[in-house]
Design a protein around this ligand. Structure first.
Ligand code: GUN
Length: 283
């Protein structure tokens, strides 16, 4: 448990969410929600992620199935597996762990998943619904987890300057779409910065809330952060078997009013939102 009052405890918030999900699932009559993971190849990071996600399922009462497929699988074979899961009545959610091997077109795979079972929220239909502000779609887990974390800590976003660094389809773009929605938990002025942004430090210094999803260890330094800013670090960089974020934590914590650690910040929230999306897909 983080002792420093500036540190946002993602593990604790995620644990509370899992308890609530466990309660809701325990009250269901009939079958439990079912989540299928497709894991391809032997990438250690992907295997570790799927293991953690599966453990989350077990904790809350979601039935999970892992389909571990060969690195050499063809696109056609993978599409056939997805077809089968799309029509399986016991499966409510399908997660194809990325990255995929080079012979597979990721877009094609994402688009093959039934949008109603797309618990990652990556399908174009779900991304479109998110952009339009429709609430019946499935929202990508990391952006949704960040919103829940901000709400758990009562961090005001309404009217605030939020700078997101990183424009990925998984984090940056959907998070920008969420934070500019006309909702009390959003209503932010959003800047989406990226590798071509000029004078990045000047842009990040404007942020009341700075969110980094770059994948560049320790690259956000104290000089890039406004005094009293809230700093959310989505970076998960594996360096010599340890996880470090995008933020130079030791120096940035001195300037921030609140900051997420890596690990123990956003990561556990991502998994909690996957479980929550699975229950939504089931319902
Ligand atoms: N690889 C890295 N993050 C993710 C994620 O959120 N979902 C999937 N499917 N693959 C990932």
């Amino acid at each position: 448990m983080p002792q420093n009052k500036k540190i946002i405890d993602g593990r604790a918030v995620a644990s509370e969410i899992r308890l609530k999900l466990k309660d809701k699932i325990a009250q269901l009559s009939g079958r439990r929600p079912g989540l299928a993971f497709i894991l391809i190849g032997n990438d250690e990071a992907s295997k570790a992620y799927v293991r953690m996600k599966k453990k989350g399922c077990e904790e809350v009462g979601i039935t999970s199935h892992v389909l571990h497929l060969s690195e050499k699988i063809s696109e056609r074979e993978l599409l056939a597996e997805i077809d089968h899961l799309n029509s399986s009545e016991n499966i409510d959610g399908i997660l194809v762990q990325q990255p995929l091997p080079k012979q597979i077109h990721t877009d094609k795979i994402v688009e093959a998943i039934d949008p109603k079972k797309d618990v990652d929220g990556f399908h174009p239909l779900n991304i479109g619904k998110l952009l339009l502000g429709h609430t019946d779609g499935l929202v990508p887990c990391t952006p949704l987890g960040i919103i829940k974390l901000l709400r758990a800590y009562k961090i005001q976003t309404d009217g605030k300057e939020v700078v997101i660094v990183g424009r990925s389809n998984i984090v940056g773009k959907p998070l920008a779409a969420l934070l500019c929605q006309k909702q009390p938990w959003a209503n932010s002025t959003v800047t989406l910065a990226h590798s071509h942004t000029e004078n990045l430090a000047e842009v990040t210094k404007r942020a009341d809330i700075l969110i980094t999803a770059l994948g560049s260890p320790g690259s956000i330094t104290a000089g890039m952060v406004k005094d009293g800013a809230v700093v959310i670090d989505v970076g998960i960089n594996r360096t010599m078997n340890t996880l470090i974020g995008d933020v130079a934590f030791a120096e940035v914590i001195e300037k921030a009013s609140l900051i997420t650690p890596v690990p123990g910040g956003v990561g556990p929230m991502t998994i909690a939102m996957l479980l929550s999306n699975t229950l939504k897909a089931f319902s």
